[in-house]
Design a protein around this ligand. Structure first.
Ligand code: ZN
Length: 281
C-alpha cells in the first residue's frame, strides 16, 4: 500500500485508539515536536466545518440577495471543480460587510465579504479571492491548524474524544472553540503563500486570467492608503501585499484567460443599488 497521507493518518489513528490516554499524550507530543502530524481525517474535518459554519451563520449578517449569491456560488463551484485533493462539499456565502475580507472554514465553507466583491475591478479579481480560499481548503490548512491546536491548545481530552468518537457532539464542541478562537482568520504566513500560489493555479485551470490575483492585491495596497480600516482585518495576519505581489509575479506566467463578464458588472451595479454594507466593528 502506498504511504499516502490518508494511509498514514488511518494507521496512526488505529494505533492511537488501541493505546491508553496517557500513552497517547506521550506519542503525540513527542511526534508533534519533530514533524507536522495530520490528526484530523477528511470526514472529521467536514463534520467540524459543518458545525463551524452553523456558528458563523449565527454571528454573520449574510447578504440576502439571490442574484449576488447565485453568481458568487457559480464562480466558487467552478473553482472548486478544479481544486486538487479531497472532494470537499464546498459552499460560498456572502457576508454583508464593507471591509475587504474572505475566509475558509475546515472542509469547504467559504465566506467572502461584500466589500471584497465591490473592491474587485473585474471577474478575475473576484475569482482570485475565492481561489485563494479554495486553496486553503484543498491544501487542508484548517485540518493542520486543528491538529496543531489539539496538541498545544485544546488539550488532550479533546484529542482523545475526537479519536475515539467522531459523533456530532464532539465535532460541535471543537467547532465552537475553533470559531471562538478566531483561528479561521489566522493561517501561518507559509500557508498564505501556498494559498496564493495554489490559488493562482486553480484560477488558471478554471479559465480565468491568474493575474487577477496580482491585480486584486494591488487594489488592496491602494485601498490601504485611502481607507486603512477597510483592509485592516485582511492584512493583520497576511504577509505584506508587496511581498505577495512580488512572489506571484515570479510564479504566474504571462496570463491568458477570462478577465471579466457582463454578469460581474451587473452584480456590481446591483450591490451599488442596495443599502450600504455593515462594518465588522
Ligand atoms: Zn489566506
Amino acid at each position: 500500500m502506498r504511504a499516502s497521507p490518508s494511509y498514514v493518518v488511518s494507521s496512526f489513528r488505529r494505533t492511537v485508539i488501541r493505546r491508553t490516554a496517557a500513552t497517547v499524550a506521550v506519542v503525540v507530543v513527542a511526534s508533534a515536536a519533530a514533524i507536522a502530524i495530520q490528526l484530523v481525517s477528511v470526514s472529521d474535518e467536514i463534520a467540524i466545518g459543518k458545525q463551524a459554519q452553523a456558528e458563523i451563520r449565527r454571528k454573520t449578517p449574510e447578504l440576502n440577495d439571490s442574484m449576488v449569491r447565485d453568481y458568487v456560488s457559480r464562480i466558487g463551484r467552478q473553482l472548486a471543480a478544479h481544486a486538487r485533493g479531497a472532494k470537499y462539499p464546498y459552499s460560498f456565502s456572502v457576508a454583508n460587510y464593507r471591509e475587504i475580507n474572505a475566509f475558509a472554514l475546515p472542509g469547504g465553507p467559504v465566506w467572502v465579504n461584500r466589500g471584497a466583491i465591490q473592491a474587485a475591478g473585474n471577474e478575475a479579481q473576484l475569482a482570485a479571492v475565492l481561489a485563494h480560499e479554495v486553496a486553503h481548503v484543498a491544501q487542508r490548512h484548517s485540518a493542520q491548524q486543528l491538529s496543531n491546536a489539539m496538541v498545544t491548545n485544546l488539550g488532550l481530552n479533546l484529542l482523545g474524544a475526537l479519536l475515539g468518537n467522531s459523533g456530532g457532539a464532539t465535532a460541535a464542541s471543537i467547532a465552537a472553540r475553533y470559531v471562538a478562537s478566531g483561528a479561521f482568520l489566522k493561517f501561518s504566513r507559509d500557508d498564505e503563500r501556498e494559498a496564493d500560489r495554489v490559488g493562482a493555479q486553480i484560477l488558471s485551470r478554471s479559465g480565468w486570467d491568474p493575474r487577477g490575483m496580482i491585480e486584486l492585491l494591488q487594489t488592496i495596497r491602494e485601498q490601504e492608503k485611502r481607507d486603512p480600516s477597510s483592509v485592516e482585518v485582511f492584512l493583520s495576519d497576511h504577509p505584506s501585499s508587496a511581498e505577495r505581489i512580488a512572489r506571484l509575479q515570479q510564479a504566474i506566467p504571462r496570463g491568458t484567460g477570462k478577465r471579466d463578464s457582463a454578469q460581474f458588472q451587473s452584480v456590481r451595479a446591483r450591490l451599488r443599488s442596495l443599502p450600504p454594507a455593515r462594518s465588522m466593528k
